[in-house]
Design a protein around this ligand. Structure first.
Ligand code: MG
Length: 159
């Protein structure tokens, strides 16, 4: 098996949708980013690429490339999974943490797990999503942005 971890953070910006784990969350601001700013999926992609020894999301999908402007991060996640599947790799489990002071994320966790399990090609039971605050400390605590971390375990086929 192969282990990987990822981390990402994005700044809040007005007039942007807030999309986390592929789920749109009602809020008065969203994430400033070249893509749709789905910080949870970005951390997950980095964990998957890390476990596979394939670098990071910035290498595969540079933010200088207009092709990725405003792109749905699930498209990036599915492309990462295609690269892994080509290499005989599959997801054993994923454990993900969102770090945000606002908004309250617990009502959306199960929807995120469903979306991500679909894209990862594993059961919902193998995708855990947690949310925490930083007790009003630091940039997430001050409401400047949202961060996410991800840990994954991959199965490597025997052939
Ligand atoms: Mg990012």
């Amino acid at each position: 098996m192969l282990i990987g971890q990822g981390f990402d953070a994005h700044r809040f910006a007005p007039d942007r949708p807030l999309i986390l784990g592929g789920v749109e969350i009602p809020h008065d601001q969203g994430m400033l980013a070249h893509s749709d700013g789905d910080v949870l999926i970005h951390a997950l992609c980095d964990a998957l690429l890390g476990a596979a020894g394939l670098g990071d999301i910035g290498r595969h999908f540079p933010d200088t490339d207009a092709a990725f402007a405003g792109i749905d991060s699930r498209i990036l996640l599915r492309r990462v999974m295609e690269s892994l599947v080509e290499r005989g790799l599959s997801v054993r489990n994923a454990d993900l943490t969102l770090i945000a002071q606002q908004p309250k994320l617990s009502p959306y966790i199960d929807a995120m797990r469903e979306v991500l399990a679909g894209d990862l090609g594993c059961s919902v039971a193998r995708v855990n999503v947690k949310a925490t605050t930083m007790e009003k400390m630091g940039f997430t605590g001050r409401g400047e942005g949202i961060a996410a971390s991800a840990a994954v375990l991959l199965n490597e086929s025997d052939d």
